[in-house]
Write a protein that binds this ligand. Sequence first.
Ligand code: C5P
Length: 252
Amino acid sequence: VTTIAILTAAGSGTRLGRDIPKALVEIDGVPLVTHAARRLAASGVVDSIVVTCPPGLASVVADVVARDALVGVPVRVVDGGATRQASVAAGLALAGPDDDVVLVHDAARPFASAALVRRVVSAVRDGHRAVVPGVPVVDTIKTVTDADLPPAPAPSGTGAMGAVVAEPVISTPQRAQLRAVQTPQGFDRALLERAHDAAAHRAVDAPATDDAGLVEALGERVVVVAGEDAALKVTTERDLVLATLYARQAEK
Ligand code: C5P
């Protein structure tokens, strides 16, 4: 009965526009992947961590994470895959027979708190076999088609602005029912393995962007627990600034 955390850090982070992988970008002199690993370890409920890293960078990532004395739990590093889903599968392959709970966490969410990690693991240990943190959304969300559209006929008077990209709306889900989901996501290991096995054998248009989606595809129940602002995902330079603010706040 141990908990293993798979920390996905194999993305390139091209939207940040740096020449190093996003997980190695530093805030306050500490790489994002180390910030995330420290909080997983500080939760007291994670027994080991597997970091998925960009292929070829295993020794670099091992240097920055495994040698951080503050992490304090065993950290292994494995080459990730071409997609996040493949990276998680590579990490999952390293789970041991005693690991009955698996957390999957994005290094791109460096300030997800130890309290959030504990909340997710508690919910799994309480019998929820698939648990995701989520927060209510403030915007109204619409589903649109991404089909190629013929350029809209230019009404007179559009001037030099060119054609506006106009995506047809399909539907508007009830906002009160929506949650923006975060990581760490927590699972019963057997269920997550079954979900990944099934996904690997299924032809899909797009790879999964989270693991709970794979569990839902099995028709199994997934529950949402309260997420937090600090678990925001760092994608752009603006997010780095915001994440830094959260980090400073948390240290006060
Ligand atoms: O690209 P995105 O921001 O959705 O990535 C989410 C997380 O998945 C990041 O922590 C990233 O490092 C990780 N990832 C991965 N392997 C990939 C792509 C993304 O581990 N091939």
